[in-house]
Design a protein around this ligand. Sequence first.
Ligand SMILES: Cc1ncc(COP(=O)(O)O)c(C=O)c1O
Length: 476
Amino acid sequence: MSVKHFHEQQDEGRDLELNPLFSREPVHVPRYVLPDGEMEPDTVYQIVHDELMLDGNARQNLATFVSTWAEPQALRLMAECAQKNMIDKDEYPQTAELETRCVHMLARLWHAERPHRAIGCSTTGSSEAAMLGGLALKRRWQRRRRAEGGSTDRPNLVMGINVQVCWEKFADYFEVEPRYVPMEGDRYHLSPEKAVELCDENTIGVVAVLGSTFDGSYEPVAGIAAALDDLQARTGLDVPIHVDGASGAMIAPFLDQDLVWDFRLPRVASINTSGHKYGLVMPGVGWALWRDEEALPEDLVFHVNYLGGDMPTFALNFSRPGAQVVAQYYTFLRLGFDGYRRVQQTCRDVATRLAAEITKLGPFELITDGTRLPVFAFRVRDGIDNFTVFDVSAALRERGWLVPAYTFPEHRTDLAVLRVVVRNGFSHDLADLLLEDLRRALPRLSRQGEAQHHADDADGFAHGAETKNPRRPGRH
Ligand SMILES: Cc1ncc(COP(=O)(O)O)c(C=O)c1O
């Protein structure tokens, strides 16, 4: 919310008036001013609890990739660790130890050549992990350029226009020119040829996304690596890859074991994932890993006290909750490889079945079918012009379903889709209920004379599949 908007609300805002039945005493509570005195905890609990009833139901939120269900034991551990600060490695050495174990597990899962040499850290999510991955690429490139006597004035990063908004932020905040490969025809993500075309001596790296936010498709990481190998053979340019596996790095290892996308490719320098997406932990935890010490320049690493010695850290935040890291470790132990495989396979089964059922309804056409990430995007068929995907999204919202609708970026701004993210806890049963609500809405939508909702009405809850800062020359 802008400061201006905030103050306008403040001027207009009435105090909260509480029903005496629900509170210990009838009180007026200011909305935007710190209250003068104290209140009973139960009264405050009731006020806050009641306001939060207006939030959407997280389990019906099919826009988010982030976990909305966890086992009570994981939640209990999180409550037990609520007071632990992740940065206090010396004070909470066992929490630090669990973080290290998680990094080792991920290094093995992603086939690090020498897992004991892989380095990594927890973060607040994939966005912070992306910033760290990008910074490491930038610092490595600067060093190389200086050693060659070249200029370090104009770094650039090559990526598909479908990258999540965190990469747009990275480029903006850390002053790296973003070089976006536009979509073309039915290609909705980065291709090896187009990636290489944009690389030059100022390219700090290529971002390959495993699990595009727009449609759940995987970018061809091995193909991009091969094209960059070829570029190196032809020109000497050595461009590393960072894999943004926010979602896919916790799907592909369990369901697509033959797909080579990770540290098996020598060109992959670093990988991030969101522990709070298909890592199955409540928000917010992410992970960033580098294949070895060379991939993470030592001068970016800070050191904190740890059991009388020191421990390297690389993070944007200083203080950060330890609870999510502990919950990640719990979930790794609880599910193991087989458990993760079963959970992810169920998500994929629900996604592919729901996608197939939606096409049978008639007016819709799939862009993706849920066979990569358990995520699919679909559009309204050509020739139907009396309702839009935005109308469908609004109709589903009447029943509490949050299904985002948004237009694709440059060169496919003509294409508007709905997207469903299937997560742990979205069962076949719930999918049937969604389908039933969609089926029920269709006769009304088909009867309406003209479309009621358009791209401008979209609420922008597409989870990063849209440019968040329209004032900057971004991706539109
Ligand atoms: C591909 C991709 N990268 C990065 C992010 C940002 O992740 P986080 O929400 O964990 O910061 C997302 C979020 O949806 C994503 O889909």
